[in-house]
Write a protein that binds this ligand. Structure first.
Ligand code: C2O
Ligand code: CU
Ligand code: CU
Length: 519
């Protein structure tokens, strides 16, 4: 039986599971039929591309988003008007070196703040949760984009409200271009929005009226709130027609808690792809892969060559099965996960999106062997720092700490390099750890479950998603991951950032610490 038929059957069976007195879920598992055209941004409206060259304002407010194949849902978005054109959650397009001059206008009925995920900016304009502004207030950001080209994003960082506000909509892409990116798109004839596709993966829940719901019970608040369907660009069961040529996919995991094990399948066969970039831009050279993990906050850029397929072929983007608690798990051996049932559990197999290959001439293109240049961070004089992730009852911790705005557990000197050795407890769950303000390089990964170690692409145990420049790195139970961070900057004075888990329920439950970079 094909998976899709299987999911179709599963859809008929409503499932309810209780655990410790809480109902973990009571929705039927949704049945993807892939009949909704994938939402791609147009010239205006939701997620349209905006290349701002003047000061503009992003109004955080509640609107109504038409979801492809569904009703409208209440949705939180950033709205702006530029030269008479209306945008909601615009995909911001900047060039390395550009200045961004934007004011957040909070028209929600609660506090909010915007964080520029992955950007190297001074603390004042980073969107630290303590910068959350009240309803009716504004916050001004003005900074130069100094990052290399890449797929970055911006989202709410409202203190203790990030997960819900992000789930309800407050997030979008911030794409940075540079010479390397332009050279690649030119060599392959790629065009943003057509053959170069930003794709945000988000699992969501809707109520009977078709309205997004975010209502975690205490268990989900601690573990992470999983949706019962995965949307790509806010499209449930999305289908997209592609020409027989190379496409660039910029995948962003914008889910609050779900980890994806991405793979492509056509007629049950694995379709290899080339990984060309990770969080903060292009790799030095493309690397062929058959699967890759993508945790909340992470980005992965891949090239898929549809020229080798025939017209009418269908290629599905899957998330393959895995056991998130492997190697111990909170309840030992993943029992907890399994108890949460099919489709509702992190690591359950899912089909996320379908591509249909259009008939016609195939266009072949030579993928450049060299994409960019990456200098390894020099760690010869680096200070070493140990970071332990573990849990107290109902509370995840970083070095035994939970977030206290008045404490600064990590202080580093500007213009120095540190090596952080991050160790996740054996009885734990996956934690995608993220630092604000700086990118890093992953040095090594060890001690994780077999299905992670099997994906090592080098002797240091790195997976394909660890290569290049990163700002978020996934820690599986039992793992130790070493990263090198270069705290070089030229901002005046001390800078305050945060280091936190990008499982946004974990973050809102204070799995976060302040980081001060001392002048
Ligand atoms: Cu995308 Cu502090 O996070
Ligand atoms: Cu961030
Ligand atoms: Cu976590």
């Amino acid at each position: 039986m094909k998976r899709r038929q299987f999911l179709g059957l599963a859809a008929a069976l409503p499932v309810t599971t209780t655990f410790g007195g809480w109902t973990l879920f009571n929705h039927a598992v949704s049945a993807p039929r892939f009949d909704n055209p994938l939402f791609l941004p147009g010239a205006d409206g939701p997620f349209a591309v905006l290349a701002p060259d003047n000061p503009f304002t992003l109004v955080a407010e509640q609107g109504w988003l038409p979801v492809p194949g569904r009703e409208e849902t209440p949705f939180l978005w950033y709205r702006t008007q530029v030269n008479g054109t209306e945008y909601q959650n615009p995909i911001l397009l900047l060039r390395s070196g550009d200045e961004l001059d934007v004011t957040l206008d909070n028209q929600l009925d609660e506090g909010t703040i915007i964080h520029w995920h992955g950007l190297h900016v001074p603390g004042r304009v980073d969107g630290h949760p303590m910068q959350t502004v009240d309803p009716g207030q504004q916050y001004e950001y003005r900074f130069r984009v100094t990052n290399r080209g890449g797929t970055y994003w911006y989202h709410t960082h409202a203190h203790h409200r990030t997960a819900r506000q992000a789930h309800q909509g407050l997030a979008s892409f911030l794409l940075v271009s540079d010479d390397d990116n332009e050279a690649l798109n030119e060599a392959l004839g790629l065009e943003l929005g057509k053959t170069d596709l930003p794709l945000v993966l988000q699992d969501k829940r809707f109520d009977r009226l078709g309205h997004l719901v975010y209502r975690p019970n205490p268990m989900q608040g601690m573990m992470g709130y999983l949706g019962d369907e995965v949307l790509v660009n806010m499209t449930p069961a999305a289908t997209h027609e592609v020409e027989r040529r190379i496409h660039r996919l910029r995948l962003l995991n914008g889910s609050t808690a779900r980890v994806y094990r991405l793979a492509l399948r056509a007629g049950g066969e694995a379709i290899p792809f080339r990984v060309i970039g990770t969080d903060a831009g292009l790799l030095e050279s493309p690397r062929e892969a058959r699967e890759a993990f993508l945790a909340p906050g992470e980005r992965l850029e891949v090239l898929v060559d549809f020229a080798v397929l025939a017209g009418g072929d269908r290629v599905e983007l899957h998330s393959l099965e895995f056991d998130p608690m492997a190697g111990g798990g909170m309840m030992g051996g993943g029992g907890m996960g399994r108890m949460m049932g099919g489709g509702m559990h992190d690591g359950d197999p899912l089909v996320l999106l379908e591509f249909v290959v259009r008939a016609g001439e195939a266009t072949s293109a030579e993928v450049p062997g060299r994409l960019s240049r990456i200098e390894p961070i020099d760690v010869t004089n680096a200070a070493e720092r140990d970071i332990r992730l573990d849990m107290a009852p109902m509370q995840w911790r970083i070095n035994g700490e939970v977030y206290d705005p008045d404490r600064v557990p990590i202080e580093v000197d500007a213009n120095t390099t540190e090596v952080w050795s991050i160790r996740n407890a054996d009885h734990s769950m996956p934690h995608p750890m993220h630092i604000h303000g700086f990118s890093f390089q992953v040095l090594s990964r060890s001690g994780g479950p077999d299905f992670v170690r099997e994906q090592a692409v080098n002797e240091q145990g790195l997976t394909v998603a660890d290569l290049g420049w990163k700002d978020t790195v996934l820690l599986w139970p039992g793992e130790t991951v070493r990263i090198a961070i270069d705290f070089t900057h030229d901002y005046a004075g001390d800078q305050l950032y945060v280091f936190h888990c990008h499982n946004l329920e974990h973050e809102d439950n204070d799995m976060m610490v302040n980081v001060r970079v001392r002048a």
